[in-house]
Write a protein that binds this ligand. Structure first.
Ligand SMILES: Cc1ncc(COP(=O)(O)O)c(C=O)c1O
Length: 366
Protein backbone atom coordinates (compact mmCIF):
# COMPACT_ATOMS: atom_id res chain seq x y z
CA UNK A 1 0.00 0.00 0.00
CA UNK A 2 1.39 3.44 -0.90
CA UNK A 3 1.42 6.20 1.67
CA UNK A 4 -1.37 7.93 -0.22
CA UNK A 5 -3.55 4.82 -0.29
CA UNK A 6 -3.08 4.44 3.45
CA UNK A 7 -4.82 7.79 4.01
CA UNK A 8 -7.14 8.46 1.08
CA UNK A 9 -10.84 8.39 1.91
CA UNK A 10 -10.30 8.13 5.67
CA UNK A 11 -12.46 10.14 7.99
CA UNK A 12 -10.58 12.62 10.23
CA UNK A 13 -11.78 10.59 13.21
CA UNK A 14 -9.90 7.55 11.85
CA UNK A 15 -6.55 9.31 11.42
CA UNK A 16 -3.73 8.53 13.76
CA UNK A 17 -2.15 11.55 15.42
CA UNK A 18 -0.28 13.75 15.12
CA UNK A 19 -1.08 14.66 11.52
CA UNK A 20 -0.73 17.76 9.36
CA UNK A 21 -4.07 18.64 7.76
CA UNK A 22 -4.96 21.05 4.98
CA UNK A 23 -8.54 22.23 4.63
CA UNK A 24 -8.83 22.06 0.85
CA UNK A 25 -11.68 24.56 0.50
CA UNK A 26 -9.72 27.17 2.46
CA UNK A 27 -6.47 26.36 0.64
CA UNK A 28 -8.07 26.70 -2.78
CA UNK A 29 -9.75 29.98 -1.81
CA UNK A 30 -6.38 31.31 -0.59
CA UNK A 31 -4.72 30.35 -3.88
CA UNK A 32 -7.46 31.99 -5.90
CA UNK A 33 -7.07 35.15 -3.85
CA UNK A 34 -3.30 35.37 -4.41
CA UNK A 35 -3.47 34.48 -8.09
CA UNK A 36 -6.42 36.86 -8.59
CA UNK A 37 -4.65 39.75 -6.88
CA UNK A 38 -1.69 39.35 -9.24
CA UNK A 39 -3.91 39.07 -12.26
CA UNK A 40 -5.81 42.21 -11.23
CA UNK A 41 -2.55 44.16 -11.11
CA UNK A 42 -1.20 42.66 -14.34
CA UNK A 43 1.79 41.05 -12.67
CA UNK A 44 3.05 37.50 -12.38
CA UNK A 45 2.72 35.29 -9.31
CA UNK A 46 5.82 33.28 -8.51
CA UNK A 47 4.95 31.87 -5.08
CA UNK A 48 7.69 30.99 -2.67
CA UNK A 49 7.59 27.22 -2.17
CA UNK A 50 9.58 27.19 1.07
CA UNK A 51 6.34 26.81 3.05
CA UNK A 52 5.34 23.55 1.30
CA UNK A 53 8.48 22.08 -0.30
CA UNK A 54 6.16 19.84 -2.28
CA UNK A 55 6.17 19.48 -6.08
CA UNK A 56 2.50 18.45 -5.94
CA UNK A 57 1.57 21.74 -4.28
CA UNK A 58 3.77 23.65 -6.74
CA UNK A 59 1.91 21.99 -9.61
CA UNK A 60 -1.42 23.18 -8.14
CA UNK A 61 -0.04 26.71 -7.85
CA UNK A 62 0.89 26.65 -11.54
CA UNK A 63 -2.60 25.39 -12.40
CA UNK A 64 -4.02 28.29 -10.36
CA UNK A 65 -2.07 30.75 -12.48
CA UNK A 66 1.47 30.99 -11.10
CA UNK A 67 4.14 31.72 -13.73
CA UNK A 68 6.64 29.54 -11.92
CA UNK A 69 7.80 29.14 -8.35
CA UNK A 70 10.39 30.54 -5.98
CA UNK A 71 12.77 28.36 -3.97
CA UNK A 72 15.13 29.15 -1.12
CA UNK A 73 17.66 26.42 -1.87
CA UNK A 74 19.31 24.93 -4.94
CA UNK A 75 18.33 21.41 -3.87
CA UNK A 76 14.69 22.49 -3.71
CA UNK A 77 14.99 23.88 -7.23
CA UNK A 78 16.54 20.57 -8.37
CA UNK A 79 13.60 18.68 -6.87
CA UNK A 80 11.03 20.96 -8.47
CA UNK A 81 12.76 20.78 -11.87
CA UNK A 82 12.91 16.98 -11.62
CA UNK A 83 9.14 17.05 -11.17
CA UNK A 84 8.58 19.13 -14.27
CA UNK A 85 8.43 22.67 -12.86
CA UNK A 86 9.95 24.64 -15.72
CA UNK A 87 10.44 28.17 -14.36
CA UNK A 88 12.07 28.68 -10.98
CA UNK A 89 13.64 31.55 -9.04
CA UNK A 90 16.16 30.75 -6.33
CA UNK A 91 15.69 33.85 -4.17
CA UNK A 92 18.94 33.29 -2.37
CA UNK A 93 22.66 33.45 -2.88
CA UNK A 94 24.44 30.46 -4.45
CA UNK A 95 28.19 30.94 -4.12
CA UNK A 96 30.14 27.67 -3.64
CA UNK A 97 31.75 26.32 -6.82
CA UNK A 98 30.19 22.86 -6.39
CA UNK A 99 26.73 24.42 -6.13
CA UNK A 100 27.35 26.75 -9.06
CA UNK A 101 28.21 23.70 -11.18
CA UNK A 102 24.88 22.08 -10.16
CA UNK A 103 23.03 25.31 -10.90
CA UNK A 104 24.61 25.52 -14.35
CA UNK A 105 23.70 21.93 -15.22
CA UNK A 106 20.17 22.41 -13.88
CA UNK A 107 19.54 24.96 -16.63
CA UNK A 108 19.27 22.00 -19.01
CA UNK A 109 16.06 20.95 -17.22
CA UNK A 110 14.38 24.25 -16.36
CA UNK A 111 14.90 27.99 -16.44
CA UNK A 112 16.36 28.60 -13.00
CA UNK A 113 16.87 32.26 -12.18
CA UNK A 114 19.18 32.98 -9.29
CA UNK A 115 19.95 36.08 -7.26
CA UNK A 116 23.41 37.50 -6.86
CA UNK A 117 24.69 40.18 -4.49
CA UNK A 118 28.46 40.03 -4.61
CA UNK A 119 30.87 40.84 -7.46
CA UNK A 120 33.25 38.07 -6.40
CA UNK A 121 30.65 35.44 -7.35
CA UNK A 122 30.18 36.78 -10.89
CA UNK A 123 33.24 35.13 -12.54
CA UNK A 124 32.68 31.87 -10.64
CA UNK A 125 29.07 31.67 -11.78
CA UNK A 126 30.00 32.60 -15.35
CA UNK A 127 32.71 29.92 -15.49
CA UNK A 128 30.30 27.28 -14.19
CA UNK A 129 27.78 28.15 -16.91
CA UNK A 130 30.40 28.10 -19.66
CA UNK A 131 31.73 24.75 -18.42
CA UNK A 132 28.20 23.29 -18.54
CA UNK A 133 27.45 24.87 -21.90
CA UNK A 134 24.46 26.74 -20.45
CA UNK A 135 23.56 30.30 -19.49
CA UNK A 136 22.45 31.25 -15.98
CA UNK A 137 19.69 33.90 -15.75
CA UNK A 138 20.51 36.30 -12.93
CA UNK A 139 18.64 38.84 -10.81
CA UNK A 140 20.60 41.23 -8.63
CA UNK A 141 19.35 41.11 -5.06
CA UNK A 142 19.11 44.63 -3.68
CA UNK A 143 19.00 45.36 0.06
CA UNK A 144 15.80 47.41 0.20
CA UNK A 145 16.00 47.93 3.95
CA UNK A 146 15.81 44.47 5.46
CA UNK A 147 19.55 44.45 6.04
CA UNK A 148 19.88 40.75 5.19
CA UNK A 149 21.19 39.85 1.73
CA UNK A 150 21.44 42.29 -1.15
CA UNK A 151 23.77 44.83 -2.63
CA UNK A 152 23.19 48.43 -1.57
CA UNK A 153 20.96 50.48 -3.87
CA UNK A 154 22.43 52.92 -6.36
CA UNK A 155 26.01 52.69 -7.63
CA UNK A 156 26.70 49.14 -6.40
CA UNK A 157 23.68 47.86 -8.38
CA UNK A 158 25.00 49.45 -11.58
CA UNK A 159 28.51 48.14 -10.96
CA UNK A 160 27.23 44.59 -10.38
CA UNK A 161 24.90 44.69 -13.40
CA UNK A 162 27.78 45.80 -15.61
CA UNK A 163 29.95 42.94 -14.33
CA UNK A 164 27.15 40.41 -14.96
CA UNK A 165 26.48 41.74 -18.45
CA UNK A 166 30.19 41.53 -19.29
CA UNK A 167 30.49 37.91 -18.16
CA UNK A 168 30.01 35.06 -20.64
CA UNK A 169 27.56 32.48 -19.35
CA UNK A 170 25.46 34.99 -17.36
CA UNK A 171 22.20 36.49 -18.55
CA UNK A 172 21.14 39.58 -16.58
CA UNK A 173 17.34 39.68 -16.21
CA UNK A 174 16.50 42.12 -13.44
CA UNK A 175 16.28 42.97 -9.76
CA UNK A 176 14.91 41.36 -6.64
CA UNK A 177 14.34 42.67 -3.13
CA UNK A 178 12.47 41.41 -0.10
CA UNK A 179 10.68 43.91 2.12
CA UNK A 180 10.68 41.61 5.15
CA UNK A 181 11.41 44.51 7.52
CA UNK A 182 8.03 46.18 6.96
CA UNK A 183 5.70 43.25 7.58
CA UNK A 184 5.00 43.88 11.24
CA UNK A 185 4.71 47.68 11.08
CA UNK A 186 1.60 49.39 12.38
CA UNK A 187 -0.56 51.37 11.88
CA UNK A 188 -1.41 50.16 8.36
CA UNK A 189 -0.44 53.47 6.77
CA UNK A 190 3.05 53.26 8.29
CA UNK A 191 3.44 49.80 6.77
CA UNK A 192 2.28 51.02 3.37
CA UNK A 193 4.68 53.95 3.45
CA UNK A 194 7.66 51.85 4.55
CA UNK A 195 6.84 49.25 1.92
CA UNK A 196 6.65 51.93 -0.77
CA UNK A 197 9.99 53.36 0.36
CA UNK A 198 11.57 49.91 0.10
CA UNK A 199 10.09 49.11 -3.31
CA UNK A 200 11.02 52.53 -4.68
CA UNK A 201 14.65 51.47 -4.30
CA UNK A 202 14.05 48.66 -6.79
CA UNK A 203 12.36 50.98 -9.25
CA UNK A 204 15.13 53.55 -8.91
CA UNK A 205 17.61 50.74 -9.54
CA UNK A 206 15.72 49.75 -12.67
CA UNK A 207 15.72 53.36 -13.93
CA UNK A 208 19.42 53.75 -13.23
CA UNK A 209 20.27 50.60 -15.19
CA UNK A 210 18.01 51.54 -18.07
CA UNK A 211 19.59 54.99 -18.26
CA UNK A 212 22.88 53.14 -18.74
CA UNK A 213 21.44 50.96 -21.49
CA UNK A 214 20.91 47.82 -19.41
CA UNK A 215 17.42 46.36 -19.95
CA UNK A 216 15.56 45.22 -16.82
CA UNK A 217 12.83 42.69 -17.48
CA UNK A 218 11.98 41.39 -13.98
CA UNK A 219 11.39 43.25 -10.72
CA UNK A 220 10.57 40.67 -8.07
CA UNK A 221 9.58 41.28 -4.43
CA UNK A 222 6.76 40.60 -2.03
CA UNK A 223 5.65 38.15 0.60
CA UNK A 224 2.37 37.14 2.18
CA UNK A 225 2.80 39.81 4.86
CA UNK A 226 2.75 42.62 2.27
CA UNK A 227 1.34 41.09 -0.92
CA UNK A 228 -1.45 43.57 -1.54
CA UNK A 229 0.79 46.60 -1.15
CA UNK A 230 3.59 45.15 -3.26
CA UNK A 231 1.37 43.77 -6.02
CA UNK A 232 -0.13 47.24 -6.47
CA UNK A 233 3.20 49.08 -6.59
CA UNK A 234 3.95 50.39 -10.10
CA UNK A 235 6.92 48.68 -11.71
CA UNK A 236 6.84 45.42 -9.77
CA UNK A 237 6.56 42.62 -12.36
CA UNK A 238 6.13 39.61 -10.08
CA UNK A 239 5.56 38.76 -6.42
CA UNK A 240 6.82 35.84 -4.36
CA UNK A 241 4.04 35.65 -1.75
CA UNK A 242 3.65 31.96 -0.97
CA UNK A 243 2.71 31.01 2.59
CA UNK A 244 -0.69 32.70 2.31
CA UNK A 245 -1.98 29.55 0.60
CA UNK A 246 -1.92 27.94 4.06
CA UNK A 247 -2.29 31.00 6.28
CA UNK A 248 -1.04 30.78 9.84
CA UNK A 249 -1.25 32.59 13.15
CA UNK A 250 1.97 34.52 12.53
CA UNK A 251 0.65 36.11 9.33
CA UNK A 252 -2.58 37.01 11.11
CA UNK A 253 -1.25 38.29 14.43
CA UNK A 254 2.18 39.74 13.67
CA UNK A 255 1.77 40.75 10.01
CA UNK A 256 -1.91 41.72 10.41
CA UNK A 257 -2.92 39.86 7.25
CA UNK A 258 -6.69 39.37 7.30
CA UNK A 259 -7.27 38.18 3.76
CA UNK A 260 -6.82 34.43 3.98
CA UNK A 261 -8.59 31.50 5.65
CA UNK A 262 -6.74 29.24 8.03
CA UNK A 263 -6.12 26.09 5.99
CA UNK A 264 -3.40 24.35 7.98
CA UNK A 265 -3.90 22.54 11.28
CA UNK A 266 -2.17 19.91 13.36
CA UNK A 267 -4.41 17.13 14.61
CA UNK A 268 -3.26 15.89 18.02
CA UNK A 269 -4.47 13.84 20.98
CA UNK A 270 -4.50 14.70 24.66
CA UNK A 271 -2.26 12.07 26.24
CA UNK A 272 -2.05 13.29 29.84
CA UNK A 273 -3.97 15.55 32.19
CA UNK A 274 -3.02 17.33 35.39
CA UNK A 275 -4.25 20.08 37.67
CA UNK A 276 -3.99 23.14 35.47
CA UNK A 277 -2.43 21.63 32.35
CA UNK A 278 -2.74 18.98 29.63
CA UNK A 279 -0.25 17.30 27.33
CA UNK A 280 -0.71 16.59 23.62
CA UNK A 281 1.26 14.18 21.42
CA UNK A 282 2.69 17.08 19.40
CA UNK A 283 5.87 18.70 20.65
CA UNK A 284 8.51 20.68 18.78
CA UNK A 285 9.19 17.76 16.45
CA UNK A 286 5.59 18.10 15.23
CA UNK A 287 4.71 21.77 15.55
CA UNK A 288 6.74 24.89 15.94
CA UNK A 289 6.47 27.90 18.20
CA UNK A 290 9.10 29.76 16.17
CA UNK A 291 7.69 33.18 15.20
CA UNK A 292 4.30 32.36 16.76
CA UNK A 293 2.80 29.66 19.01
CA UNK A 294 0.29 27.12 17.67
CA UNK A 295 -3.30 28.04 18.56
CA UNK A 296 -5.75 25.44 19.89
CA UNK A 297 -8.67 25.66 17.45
CA UNK A 298 -11.91 26.67 19.13
CA UNK A 299 -10.36 26.24 22.59
CA UNK A 300 -10.12 29.57 24.35
CA UNK A 301 -9.51 27.56 27.52
CA UNK A 302 -6.03 26.39 26.45
CA UNK A 303 -2.76 28.28 26.03
CA UNK A 304 0.66 26.95 25.09
CA UNK A 305 3.02 26.75 28.05
CA UNK A 306 5.89 25.10 26.15
CA UNK A 307 6.78 22.49 23.56
CA UNK A 308 9.32 19.81 24.38
CA UNK A 309 10.39 17.30 21.74
CA UNK A 310 7.32 15.08 21.76
CA UNK A 311 5.08 16.80 24.32
CA UNK A 312 3.02 19.91 23.85
CA UNK A 313 2.17 21.37 27.26
CA UNK A 314 -0.93 23.59 27.43
CA UNK A 315 -2.26 25.49 30.41
CA UNK A 316 -5.96 25.12 31.18
CA UNK A 317 -7.07 28.74 31.57
CA UNK A 318 -10.67 28.05 32.60
CA UNK A 319 -13.14 25.22 33.03
CA UNK A 320 -12.37 21.51 33.21
CA UNK A 321 -10.20 21.38 30.06
CA UNK A 322 -10.10 18.46 27.62
CA UNK A 323 -10.05 14.84 28.74
CA UNK A 324 -7.37 12.25 27.99
CA UNK A 325 -7.94 10.79 24.52
CA UNK A 326 -9.75 13.88 23.24
CA UNK A 327 -8.50 15.05 19.86
CA UNK A 328 -7.79 18.72 19.21
CA UNK A 329 -6.69 20.74 16.21
CA UNK A 330 -4.09 23.49 16.37
CA UNK A 331 -3.83 26.36 13.96
CA UNK A 332 -0.22 26.35 12.89
CA UNK A 333 1.88 29.17 14.36
CA UNK A 334 4.23 29.51 11.38
CA UNK A 335 3.75 27.27 8.37
CA UNK A 336 7.41 27.26 7.22
CA UNK A 337 8.82 25.97 10.47
CA UNK A 338 6.01 23.43 10.94
CA UNK A 339 5.62 21.83 7.52
CA UNK A 340 9.29 20.89 7.26
CA UNK A 341 8.77 18.59 10.26
CA UNK A 342 6.32 16.41 8.33
CA UNK A 343 6.39 13.87 5.51
CA UNK A 344 3.03 14.79 4.02
CA UNK A 345 0.00 17.04 4.00
CA UNK A 346 -3.38 15.36 4.26
CA UNK A 347 -5.88 17.38 2.21
CA UNK A 348 -9.30 17.30 3.87
CA UNK A 349 -12.71 18.02 2.39
CA UNK A 350 -16.05 17.35 4.08
CA UNK A 351 -14.23 15.61 6.91
CA UNK A 352 -12.36 13.08 4.76
CA UNK A 353 -8.86 12.81 3.27
CA UNK A 354 -9.24 13.69 -0.40
CA UNK A 355 -5.60 14.32 -1.33
CA UNK A 356 -2.15 13.45 -0.01
CA UNK A 357 0.80 15.66 -0.90
CA UNK A 358 4.23 14.34 -0.07
CA UNK A 359 6.65 16.93 1.30
CA UNK A 360 9.50 15.62 -0.83
CA UNK A 361 11.63 18.68 -0.19
CA UNK A 362 11.72 18.00 3.53
CA UNK A 363 15.36 17.89 4.56
CA UNK A 364 16.60 19.44 1.31
CA UNK A 365 18.88 22.13 2.67
CA UNK A 366 21.83 22.32 0.28
C1 LIG B 1 13.22 36.01 -0.29
C2 LIG B 1 11.83 35.87 0.25
N1 LIG B 1 10.80 36.12 -0.57
C3 LIG B 1 9.54 36.02 -0.15
C4 LIG B 1 9.26 35.65 1.14
C5 LIG B 1 7.82 35.57 1.56
O1 LIG B 1 7.39 34.28 1.71
P1 LIG B 1 5.94 33.99 2.27
O2 LIG B 1 4.97 34.62 1.36
O3 LIG B 1 5.85 32.49 2.20
O4 LIG B 1 5.85 34.53 3.65
C6 LIG B 1 10.30 35.40 2.03
C7 LIG B 1 9.98 35.02 3.43
O5 LIG B 1 10.79 34.73 4.25
C8 LIG B 1 11.62 35.50 1.58
O6 LIG B 1 12.65 35.27 2.39
Amino acid sequence: MTAAEEFLGKDIAELDTPALLVDLDAFEANMRLLAGCCREHGIAWRPHSKAHKSPQVARLQLEAGACGITCAKLSEAELMAAHGIGDILIANQVVAPAKLARLAVLQQRARVLVTLDNPSVVPLMGRAAVAAGTAIPVLIEVDIGMNRCGVLPGGPVLELARAICATPGLDFRGLMGYEGHVLELQPPQAKVEACHRALSLLIEGRDLLQRHGIPVEIISAGGTGSFRITAAYPGITEIQAGGGIFMDAMYRHTCFVEDFHYALTILATITSRHAGHVIVDAGFKTMSAYHYPPQPLGREDLKLRYLSAEHGVFDILSGPGPRVGERLRFIVGYSDSTNCLHDRFLGIRRGKVELVWEILGRGLLT
